[in-house]
Design a protein around this ligand. Sequence first.
Ligand SMILES: [Zn+2]
Length: 292
Amino acid sequence: MTTPLTLGEITIHPVVEQEGAFFDVLSFFPKLTKELLDENRAWLQPEFVDLQDRLVLCIQSFLIKTPRHNILIDACVGNHKSRPSRPFWNMLNSDRFEKRLAAAGVSLSDIDYVMCTHLHTDHVGWNTRLENGRWVPTFPNATYIMADRELTHWTQREKENPQSVSWITDSVLPVIQAKRAKIVTSDFAFDDSVKLIPTPGHTIDHFSVLIGRSRADVLVTGDMIHSPLQGKYPELGMMSDYDSAQAGATRRAVFDRFCDEPTIICVTHFPSPSTARVRRWPDGYRFIPLGG
Ligand SMILES: [Zn+2]
């Protein structure tokens, strides 16, 4: 299994649920042209885009172990969730996620906080699990941290058309009903070494998580970026963005802030090990693997 990152007393463990080629890259990035893809094939293939032009993605959480808390950032797809429009996420029944957590030294009851960077289906699944036909919080002792405007947005969508957002019904609302959620603003400082950074655009109130101290820190991005191609071309939006222009402005602002820093970037959907430092590239940004 991938070795954890260490920042003084804090360790950061990837918890991978799935990794593979899921989406046609030209559909995933609606504004990406065949010509631009061809120009970039040499460095994208086969690591980031497979030979059938499908984007290679990791579906994972990050476990942050601090001296005081075990914090899980995001919660993957989950088991027994009906997702007919996404066959590769439909009705999963795997012990992989729990085994990976166990390998990182924690059980479900050891998780103190679950941070939801945003409320999309591949980030909230393990928020709940099926118990006697009911969805209950998977982590019995955890407080789930969600951004206020994000929750309001998706709760409203669920009221209007529950069939279109089934993951809100089965993986978000049961946590609220069980009174396990702490609703915060997306710039919430959890403590001295764990802070949320608003990174809106992919969703209405998306946040990323900055861990550690200045010049010895890690940024867990969530879905503010999906492929290094969006580093080179920060304005390249993806198919489920709430506001692609805002997402592009967010990428520029965040990468500009960190591109001269030693900050390690953990990108949820980049292929394993999903870690890099960000540096300038002619009109965008590139990702340098650790040790590279
Ligand atoms: Zn995602």
